[in-house]
Design a protein around this ligand. Structure first.
Ligand code: AMP
Length: 123
């Protein structure tokens, strides 16, 4: 199956254009982070690049070095500022159908603030 092109009508593209609101926790030239609308842990932040990338593989292969550095550093800064670094946290990037990605704009979930369930059933 061919990889779908970027859909500019996805909900995170609308957040980036200011068409729908978000609870912003971080922003720089290349990155926006906001609280997940349906948190699955006491800390649940979504970190997105401002560029139009569908997935981590798309981003890693096609983004500029400046975007990749900014995104990686932002995830570190946001995790630290959220207070989850000491006790630990989880990063998740669900990808396409098998990864059960609902919103087709790259986002990393930062989850923490409590001891999380094991990652996959039976793990
Ligand atoms: P995923 O299944 O990895 O694509 O995750 C999409 C995430 O986006 C889910 O955790 C949703 O709760 C979250 N989400 C959907 N709409 C919004 C929104 N308007 N603001 C914040 N988070 C959202």
């Amino acid at each position: 199956m061919a990889v779908q092109p970027y859909d500019p009508e996805n909900i995170f593209a609308k957040i980036l254009r200011g068409e729908i609101p978000c609870t912003k926790v971080y922003e720089d030239d290349h990155v926006l982070a906001f609280n997940d609308i349906a948190p699955q842990a006491p800390t649940h932040v979504l970190v997105i690049p401002k560029g139009s990338y569908t997935s981590y593989d798309d981003f890693a292969l096609n983004a500029s070095d400046a975007e990749i550095v900014a995104y990686t550093r932002a995830i570190g800064k946001i995790s630290k500022e959220a207070g989850v670094v000491e006790d630990g946290y989880r990063l998740i990037a669900n990808t396409r159908e098998h990864g059960r990605q609902d919103v087709p704009h790259l986002h990393v979930h930062i989850l923490g603030g409590e001891k999380l369930p094991r990652m996959l059933p039976g793990a």
